[in-house]
Design a protein around this ligand. Structure first.
Ligand SMILES: [Zn+2]
Length: 85
């Protein structure tokens, strides 16, 4: 896979530039239902509840991700393995 560990500076610069462009993305950490690793996802805060599949960044298996927003507008993320539907 193309994952490359880089020293933090360049990576955080890229994230900061993205935020300045007005993209409403919330950074959320979830735990992979397969391997249990904490992985970071970006949630589109301008959308309503979402359901999609994202491959684990560690074990590359497909995670069912459900996102809803509470009364404060904070994202509530739940994950399930493919078998759980
Ligand atoms: Zn995993």
């Amino acid at each position: 896979m193309g994952f490359v560990a880089v020293a933090g500076q360049a990576l955080s610069d890229g994230l900061n530039r993205g935020a300045e462009e007005g993209v409403m993305l919330d950074q959320v950490f979830i735990h992979c239902p397969y391997c249990g690793e904490a992985i970071e996802i970006l949630v589109d805060g301008s959308a309503d509840s979402q359901h999609y599949i994202e491959d684990c960044q560690v074990c590359c298996r497909p995670i069912n991700i459900s996102v809803s927003f509470d009364d404060d507008g904070d994202p509530q993320v739940s994950v399930a393995s493919e078998n759980e539907g």
